[in-house]
Design a binder for this molecule. Structure first.
Ligand code: UD1
Ligand code: CA
Length: 467
């Protein structure tokens, strides 16, 4: 293949986003919008990628450097005078090569195969100066239209605002904005652009007309699904939904069972033979290992769900680990640094935070376990609270192996319950409990025989007297 480099235009104001942040940094399926064009250019084999930055240049540059390191460089377009002007700004910076890709930073769904096809097309047609992708849309509103002569040769691209007559307005073949050009031709064509259009800008699209006059512009028709541009937040939402569908489909082909429409971000890894149900959101650096099941409505961020674990519906898990064959939920909340061991159970309405549950430990119902350690096979009863916070500092609760905590107990941290100890229901534990001891701390119960009818009579008279 001919040596390939790439220019990515990302300097625009993004006015239609109506946003205080750069369009390029709006998240789509867990990555900033700009990520996708850069990734595609690198995956297509570009040896040098120059991103043209303008609005929020610092933030975009910082992101690119952190994500792609030396693989990506930037050029600055201080004043946004159009896509052709932006591409010209990349020229002095761009490495030498036969061919350059030119992409927009706002077309996240573009496919590497399309980019490779463009480079191959130029290679096969030495006379042509440029190749670009086209597609036919039912509603072409907003896109540049492809003008052809009666032999079907590409003449030019006409922007929506510059359409001249009904015939041009009826054209449904559009320019998605994905190009490959010979570098010497492009340098020359960019230097000759004029702002002769409705927006008084230098249009990159005018180089297509120049190519048509000089050797030819090759149009490669493709599927419209991969080429949507993101100009406003409705298009952002639509592109994100399409990206989520694409990710779910890719995982399904790789052996993941997918039910309905989970939202799995681009940053997430899911192993074959995992099962992901409808309405699940997997975000950040989440990893789901083989045989794990994530049921409906669960939201998992930056967490690892290990082999064979089951996350029942509507659980929320953040920055935590769920060990092999553990059961979580339904309606459980694992807050950051929860570490749930092998075959442990965290049931409904249980919240953990920075708590380690060792293997086979259980907390099945209604509990708050903050800053704790729960020993192997320990059982924490319903309504248990780890009182970890005194208003100033957080303290730790440690339960040993095989400990049993009766329902509705409070453990006032810092406190330790030794291996095998038993805490009676309703106890407020304020002192350490030695191993194998029984801790019981509650008022003794008294039964007054036959007292209930008397009590009722007395209460009844009192209420009559009031009326
Ligand atoms: C552009 C194309 C249009 C195509 C559509 C596909 C032009 C003139 N028009 O229109 O034919 O159908 O994309 O989505 O190219 N940018 C800069 N500097 C600028 C202006 C823009 O870097 O001065 C960048 C933007 O950040 C953006 C990209 O170029 O990533 C495209 O700009 P945008 O204004 O979105 O162009 P469209 O109107 O969508
Ligand atoms: Ca656009």
């Amino acid at each position: 293949m001919l040596k390939l480099v790439a220019i990515i235009l990302a300097a625009g104001q993004g006015t239609r986003m109506k946003s205080s942040i750069s369009k390029m940094l709006h998240p789509l399926a867990g990555r900033p919008l700009i990520y996708y064009s850069v990734r595609a250019a690198l995956d297509a084999g570009a040896s040098d990628v120059v991103v043209v930055v303008g609005r929020a240049a610092k933030e975009v540059e910082t992101y690119l450097a952190a994500t792609f390191g030396n693989a990506v460089r930037t050029a600055s377009q201080a004043e946004q005078r159009g896509t052709g002007h932006a591409a010209a700004m990349a020229m002095p910076v761009l490495g030498n090569a036969e061919t350059t890709l030119i992409l927009y930073g706002d077309t996240p769904l573009l496919e590497v195969s399309d980019l490779k096809a463009l480079a191959t097309a130029l290679e096969g047609h030495p006379e042509a100066s440029l190749a670009f992708v086209t597609c036919v849309l039912g509603d072409p509103t907003g896109y540049g239209r492809v003008l052809r002569d009666d032999k079907g040769r590409v003449l030019a691209i006409r922007e929506q605002r510059d359409l001249r007559d009904e015939k041009e307005r009826a054209i449904t073949e559009v320019n998605p904005g994905v190009y490959a050009a010979r570098l010497p031709f492009l340098r020359d064509a960019l230097s000759q652009l004029t702002p002769n259009n409705a927006q008084n800008e230098l249009y990159l699209t005018d180089v297509v007309e120049a190519a048509g006059k000089k050797g030819g512009a090759i149009a490669l028709p493709t599927e419209p699904t991969s080429l949507a541009g993101v100009n406003d937040r409705a298009q952002l939402a639509a592109a994100e939904a399409a990206m989520h569908r694409r990710i779910a489909e890719r995982l399904a082909r790789a052996g993941v069972t997918v039910h309905g429409d989970p939202r799995i971000d681009e940053t997430v890894e899911v192993a074959p033979d995992a099962t992901i149900h409808s309405g699940v959101a997997l975000r950040g650096k989440t990893i789901v290992e083989t045989g794990a099941t994530i049921d409906t409505g669960s939201v998992i961020t930056d967490s690892i769900i290990e082999t064979g674990a089951t996350i029942l519906p509507y659980s929320v898990i953040t920055s935590s680990r769920v060990g092999p064959r553990a059961h979580i939920g339904p309606f459980a909340h694992l807050r950051p640094e929860s570490d749930i061991g092998e075959e442990a159970h965290v049931g409904n309405f249980v919240e953990t935070k920075k708590t380690v549950m060792h293997a086979r430990a259980k907390a099945n119902h209604l509990a708050y376990l903050g800053d704790g350690e729960v020993g192997e096979a320990a059982n924490v009863g319903a309504g248990t609270i780890f009182c970890n916070y005194d208003g100033f500092n957080k303290h730790k609760t440690t339960l040993g192996r095989g400990v049993f905590i009766g329902s509705d107990s409070q453990l006032v941290a810092p406190v330790t319950v030794g291996d095998g100890a038993f805490v009676a229901t309703g106890t407020t534990v304020t002192q350490d409990v030695p191993a194998d001891a029984l801790a019981i701390g509650r008022a003794r119960q008294e039964n007054k025989l036959g007292y209930a009818p008397k009590l009722r009579a007395r209460l009844g008279e009192r209420s009559k007297a009031k009326k």
